[in-house]
Ligand binder design. Structure first.
Ligand SMILES: Cc1cc2nc3c(=O)[nH]c(=O)nc-3n(C[C@H](O)[C@H](O)[C@H](O)COP(=O)(O)O)c2cc1C
Length: 159
């Protein structure tokens, strides 16, 4: 076992299984999106969520500019979508992978996601390399089956 504090933390976090989502935003006619595992619910009344986004993330500035955003919870069949939105494909070309639509507010959403959580920005906290965003949920939609994509120990599935 490593004695380096950073390495210990990284290896500890590899043991936390997390659901995979794509956070998306439409801003000035452009689409932005990236893969995240940092989404959790905060409160149910009112409904709210939290995400932690690297300050260099391309989706961050559009969200901070108060464009509405969506957290699309992925199904186990969406590994290719997760891969495209985590750096394999640049910019808006990512939206060529998966079936995407745009809502009345201009926010892209994954049509066959496990669920789509549509939000507006409520608050922002400094998280060192990351910004922690709290989103107020405007509405959400979900499918019938429950078969989410899980990420654990640096790979998809529970291993
Ligand atoms: C499974 C998985 C989960 C990720 N979760 C996050 C996350 O919660 N926050 C984050 O800032 N980056 C996360 N990333 C990294 C971003 O998806 C990746 O850096 C992406 O390329 C950023 O988009 P950009 O290149 O358009 O800025 C994750 C990557 C993977 C593969």
């Amino acid at each position: 076992m490593s004695h380096d504090g950073f390495d210990d933390f990284r290896h500890s976090m590899r043991r936390l299984a997390a659901g995979v989502s794509i956070i998306t935003c439409g801003h000035q006619g452009n689409r932005f999106g990236m893969t995240i595992t940092s989404m959790i619910s905060v409160s149910f009344d009112p409904p709210s969520i939290l995400v932690s986004l690297n300050k260099k993330s391309s989706v961050l500035q559009p969200i901070l500019a108060e464009s509405p955003f969506c957290v699309n919870i992925l199904s186990a069949s969406h590994r290719d979508v997760s891969h495209a939105f985590s750096g394999a494909t640049p910019g808006a070309d990512r939206f060529a992978t998966g079936t995407w639509a745009i809502d009345a507010q201009g926010t892209p959403y994954l049509v066959d996601a496990e669920a789509n959580i549509f939000c507006t920005l409520h608050d922002v906290l400094d998280g060192f390399t990351h910004q922690v965003l709290i989103g107020r949920v405007a509405r959400s939609r979900h499918g019938h089956a429950v078969n989410p994509l899980v990420y654990c120990n640096g790979a998809y599935g529970l291993g």
